[in-house]
Design a protein around this ligand. Structure first.
Ligand SMILES: [Zn+2]
Length: 77
């Protein structure tokens, strides 16, 4: 998820759901075993409203590894 079409990207990360501008509070960590090595983590950001939808999308494909709050995710790094 890049935001090359928004030059003035706000400092606050926003939800990855299509069309959603809500500040993200959740991080969904995922991995596609066909594309990524097992320890690689891709991340999607989500607001409260879209966390479940995005988690379900990834979960159905068997990609979802972890769902943590943004604060917790950043504290881990
Ligand atoms: Zn959202």
């Amino acid at each position: 998820m890049t935001s090359s079409d928004t030059p003035d990207t706000p400092a606050t990360p926003v939800c990855s759901a299509k069309g959603c501008r809500t500040p993200a509070v959740w991080v969904l960590a995922w991995n596609n075993p066909k594309l990524h090595t097992p320890d690689r983590r891709k991340t999607w950001l989500a607001c409260d409203e879209h966390r479940e939808h995005l988690a379900q999308f990834l979960g159905l494909r068997g990609f979802l590894k972890d769902v943590v709050t943004l604060a917790e995710w950043e504290a881990r790094r």
